[in-house]
Ligand binder design. Structure first.
Ligand code: FAD
Length: 308
């Protein structure tokens, strides 16, 4: 059985993230013949990961997508898993179910803290505790990825302390890092040097958020992560502004459609150049958050240096 940890010794990895759709129709779109998964397989990814709602409310669909990937045998399935709100006992039960389905790669996360959340006495609090638990209870049965935040996690005391906790994840047995979206390349370069200076030697698989739609780009940057949008990205949003605006109050639907298309085109080019810059830094992998949009992702991969 191939292992992502070993693949990093052989090449620069390409991987994708999917989210489990909320509806049966959405699931069908992903899983049917010629659907999203089939389109992504054609790009020869080393693995495909599937997100997990904090608290596990979508675990059935998450498992269905991952089992399909496992059964198709075209690439490796990786589950995201969040520990907040769970005791060690429930975590072990949930993780055993993944092993029972042949899924032995996990991205071990804390999860965002839900509003009004009151932690139970035995609940796990941090990803460090999750990594520790997995290694103690399951030994080497799982390959463990952990999240890293090049701009610092939004709740971190300081970026230095955030890096120290990342080092703890390595020391507790994590195998590689998948980074949070980061459009700010200067910040990424600083962080990449800083983690290496801090003794973090794990492979860094860079999470790339494609720029495809202005509302979701702004939402993604600001809703959970408060990440920096560089001037060039702001200019793309500004040139193709589609939101209520006192200066042009009555734009036609046609004009809005034109701007959305123009945004996507410029965004694809922006994403391609970002991937190429990451590759030129010698990162260990590119992990594209696909937003389940296989057509745009196919273009990005084919036109970037990933397919060179
Ligand atoms: P942690 O590493 O636990 O860090 C959380 C905060 O606590 C940080 O500020 C850190 O500095 C601090 N900290 C860490 N350890 C300690 C410690 N031992 N003592 C004190 N402070 C500490 N969320 C989902 O719900 N579902 C998903 O599928 C999902 N996918 C993701 C994929 C990627 C690639 C990434 C990077 C994130 C993803 N997230 C997902 C979001 C993630 O759950 C949130 O960012 C969450 O708020 C933090 O998770 P973490 O594992 O980085 O937390």
């Amino acid at each position: 059985m191939p292992n992502i940890k070993d693949l990093f010794n052989q090449k620069t990895l390409l991987s994708f993230e999917l989210f489990p759709p909320k509806t049966d129709r959405g699931m069908e779109k992903i899983c049917r013949e010629g659907g999203t998964l089939d389109q992504l397989y054609r790009l020869n990814p080393d693995y495909i990961s599937c997100t997990y709602h904090v608290g596990g409310s979508n675990v059935e669909r998450n498992m269905a997508v991952l089992s399909k990937i496992q059964n198709d045998g075209r690439t490796l399935p990786v589950t995201h898993f969040t520990c907040i709100g769970n005791t060690p006992k429930t975590v072990c039960g949930l993780l055993q179910a993944y092993l029972d389905h042949g899924i032995h790669h996990v991205l071990a996360l804390r999860g965002d803290i839900p509003l009004g959340y009151e932690p139970g006495k035995e609940d796990l609090r941090y990803a460090t505790e999750l990594v520790d638990l997995i290694r103690r209870e399951f030994g080497d049965k799982f390959t463990i990825a952990v999240g890293g935040s090049p701009e610092g996690h939004i709740q971190c005391r300081s970026i230095q302390s955030d890096i120290e906790y990342l080092k703890q994840k390595q020391d507790l047995g994590a195998d590689y890092i998948i980074t949070q979206l980061c459009w700010d390349m200067d910040q990424f370069k600083w962080w990449y040097d800083a983690i290496r200076s801090a003794g973090i030697t794990l492979p860094v698989d860079v999470g790339v958020m494609p720029v495809l739609d202005s509302a979701s780009t702004i939402n993604m940057a600001l809703s959970h992560n408060a990440c920096v949008m560089p001037r060039a990205l702001c200019e793309i949003i500004s040139r193709n502004w589609i939101f209520p605006n006192v200066f042009t109050p009555e734009e036609s639907e046609e004009e809005i459609r034109r701007k959305k298309d123009a945004f996507m085109e410029e965004g694809i080019q922006y994403t391609i150049s970002q991937i190429n810059e990451y590759l030129s830094l010698g990162v260990d992998g590119i992990h594209l958050f696909t937003l389940n949009k296989a057509d745009a992702v196919t273009r990005i991969i084919k036109e970037s240096n990933l397919s060179a």
